[in-house]
Write a protein that binds this ligand. Structure first.
Ligand code: PRP
Ligand code: URA
Length: 209
């Protein structure tokens, strides 16, 4: 059974509050997404397995510890997930990066796939899927389906803001996935936007509106 972690760290709450503000411009928005992604990554890597190895210090021998296996992958859901990649890479500089392209049909809110390029050995990797927004959950559920079709069995999902509806749908569809949420908001509106949320994450990251 996967776990659901709602971040209660003061730095994350502080930064998400600035991110939400309609007065926050593109430059600050990008920087905040990066910082929040790094903080969430720290929490989401807490249970990575370690292996011991010998280290010689100037004073003698020590038992060193390193991440076992080191086979990790960061998978942003395009477009908005791209904004979280630099923050993830800060802590996981050697991780491979794959891309899943999905957009929501504005009428049906159903995700439409338009791109999928994954590391060739993705089935052997621990996967960190990133997308700032979990609204209906359709995009995240679809991304997990695609990854499982490629043989992935250890998947974590990191988002910045989630709606209760999306969180419930995702955990029901993929109960084995660990989900890390920066803030759990109130509800979805009739257009499928998270309230209070932050608006359209992709448009705010890339300045397209
Ligand atoms: C946004 C967001 C998620 C999706 C969440 O992407 O980045 O991928 O919506 O909604 P859902 O949970 O209801 O599926 P969008 O479709 O706007 O595409 P974009 O990132 O390219 O702007
Ligand atoms: N996608 C966004 O970018 N924002 C929302 O509130 C919902 C989906």
């Amino acid at each position: 059974m996967g776990k659901v972690v709602i971040m209660d760290h003061p730095l994350i709450q502080h930064k998400i509050s600035i991110l939400r503000s309609v007065t926050t411009g593109t430059k600050d928005f990008r920087e905040l997404i990066t910082e929040i992604a790094t903080l969430e990554c720290y929490e989401a890597t807490r249970d990575l397995k370690l292996e011991e190895y010998p280290v010689v210090t100037p004073m003698g021998n020590a038992v060193g510890k390193r991440i076992e296996g080191k086979k990790l992958a960061i998978i942003p859901i395009l477009r908005a997930g791209l904004g979280m990649v630099p923050g993830m890479e800060t802590l996981l500089p050697a991780a491979k990066v794959g891309h899943i392209g999905l957009y929501r049909d504005e009428e049906t809110l159903e995700p439409v796939e338009y791109f999928c390029k994954l590391p060739s050995d993705i089935a052997q990797r621990e996967v960190f899927v990133v997308d700032p927004m979990l609204a209906t959950g359709g995009s995240a559920i679809d991304a997990m389906n695609m990854l499982k079709q490629h043989g992935c069995s250890r998947i974590r999902f990191l988002c910045i803001i989630a709606a209760p509806e999306g969180l419930e749908a995702l955990t029901k569809a993929h109960p084995d996935v660990d989900v890390y949420v920066g803030a759990l908001d109130d509800h979805l509106n009739e257009a499928g936007y998270i309230v209070p949320g932050l608006g359209d994450a992709g448009d705010r990251i890339f300045g397209t509106k």
